[in-house]
Ligand binder design. Structure first.
Ligand code: F0G
Length: 458
């Protein structure tokens, strides 16, 4: 018999979590105005709100924190991180930031001006927020197949090159400061982009003279999918694949809280010294001096180790294997989700799970609340609340997909937790006919409303 894989680590420390009663959860979620962001974490049993900053660091990362150099300028921690970024991504210039959106803020301040157009494959919400906040447009050029949740294809997060070229033809080059390629494609379900598509996107960008920016939050998971799914990559190491990906990029932004496996941090890196010089002032203004930006020295050291460790096959195999394990259980129970299972999360197909809730009553949010009431599990809505209102018409935008994302933190939960999650999903699915109403908005902010929205039960 072939031995199954196991986690390439053992557990040295634990953190208690507690179960609650349904009555307690009903009261807590009511107090939270049916917004799961407003729950206290000790009111949650299994927290799948995000895989961002919620992973557990290794003993080597904790040890590296002790070598942190907190000098204001020229800290040795900065140079250790710089060396790692050069080795892993081949990018010569970088600015540390406190997280991914801060990297977006720094680089978009240097690149964008009002009226610009920044195409991409499902921009992440903060990326889109930073673009639209600057009165620029963010046309979505994701392949149509990404919207068919039951379609099983290996690279479902890709850029549609025909759609991208249409944007390039429609606007003059001066209006398109960059293209954003997000790997893996979070919004479309943690779905990967093939090397072929990365190369194709880069070639098209080059042909039109437009820089390619890779939003790299889950770059290592994307490399894992290339290795395991794309012809010609099975014998390459994750690090070799990552180096090839970044040969095609001019700029990268990264939230290091995901595949860097740190609790806070990020950076923007680039090839062009000229762009680096333009971006420097925004780092100093918004983040901090060039050699720490938004990060402590100790955090830069932990990140350098995290990037190195998490670009190893066994780490990614266990991590992505656990997400697939949850997906396989859902298959067994017939619960529909965005197929195939993503790298960092399962995205439940809320429209299919709750067929009787009208879209105006926020289907995916309704599912998230149900899941919390059922088992104290906290997921997150990727649906029409997240989609915000149209910046021009102020009408609600209803995306094709209403998803409830269950993001799995790295190295935090065991397969037994996955069993509880799957059972809770199954229970809701089995009583789907009886769930017929959702929520209405009582309070919202004009942008990124999902974080603070307040809802009323209908
Ligand atoms: N880009 C992608 C693809 C992301 O998934 C995120 C964050 C960011 C950029 C912004 O990074 O949070 O460090 O400022 N995603 C988290 C999530 C929040 O839950 O998916 P950040």
């Amino acid at each position: 018999m072939k031995l199954p894989y196991c986690e390439p680590y053992k557990i040295k420390m634990t953190e208690a979590i507690r179960t609650s009663t349904r009555a307690e959860r009903e009261e807590w979620i009511r107090q939270a105005k049916y917004n799961l962001f407003k729950l206290h974490s000790d009111q949650v049993l299994i927290d799948l709100l995000t895989d961002s900053g919620t992973g557990s660091m290794s003993d080597r990362q904790w040890a590296a924190m002790m070598t942190g150099d907190e000098s204001y300028a020229g800290a040795s921690s900065y140079y250790r991180l710089k060396q790692t970024i050069e080795k892993i991504f081949g990018m010569p210039y970088f600015l540390p930031t406190h997280q991914g959106r801060a990297a977006e803020n720094v680089i978009f301040s240097a690149l964008l001006k009002e009226g610009d157009v920044i195409p991409g494959n499902s921009h992440f919400d903060t990326t889109k927020g930073h673009i639209e906040f600057r009165r620029c447009a963010a046309p979505d050029c994701t392949i149509d197949a990404a919207a068919d949740t039951q379609l099983e294809i290996p690279f479902k997060g890709e850029m549609d090159l025909a759609k991208l070229e249409e944007v390039f033809k429609k606007y003059p080059k001066e209006k398109i400061p960059c293209t954003v390629l997000t790997i893996t494609n979070n919004t479309a379900g943690g779905q990967p982009v093939s090397m072929r598509n990365i190369r194709g996107t880069a070639e098209l960008c080059r042909r039109y003279g437009i820089p390619l920016l890779i939003d790299s939050a889950r770059f290592a998971e994307n490399a894992y999918f290339i290795k395991t799914r794309e012809e010609g990559y099975a014998d390459k190491t994750i690090k070799e694949i990552v180096r090839e990906i970044y040969q095609y990029a001019d700029i990268m932004t990264i939230s290091a809280k995901k595949d860097g496996v740190v609790n806070m941090g990020g950076f923007v890196a680039m090839r062009s010294e000229e762009l680096f010089r333009r971006a420097m002032q925004y780092s100093i203004m918004f983040e901090g001096y060039l050699t720490y930006g938004g990060m402590n020295g100790r955090d830069m050291d932990a990140l350098a180790v995290g990037l190195d460790e998490n670009t190893e096959f066994d780490q990614l195999n266990a991590r992505i294997g656990q997400v697939k394990f949850l997906g396989d259980l859902l298959d067994e129970y017939g619960v529909p989700y965005q197929r195939p299972a993503g790298g960092h999360a399962i995205f439940l197909d809320a429209k299919q799970i709750l067929p009787n809730v009208p879209k105006e009553e926020f289907i995916a949010q309704t599912l998230c609340v149900e899941l919390y009431l059922e088992a104290g599990i906290r997921g997150v809505e990727i649906g029409s609340i997240l989609a915000d209102r149209d910046p021009v018409t102020r009408e609600n935008r209803y995306p094709r997909l209403e998803l409830a994302r269950l993001a799995i933190p790295r190295r935090v939960y065991t397969d037994n937790h996955m069993r509880v999650i799957a059972a809770a999903c199954r229970n809701i699915y089995e009583r789907r006919e009886s769930i017929t109403s959702g929520y209405r908005i009582a309070f919202e902010t004009p942008i990124l409303r999902h974080f603070t929205v307040e809802l009323e039960k209908l």
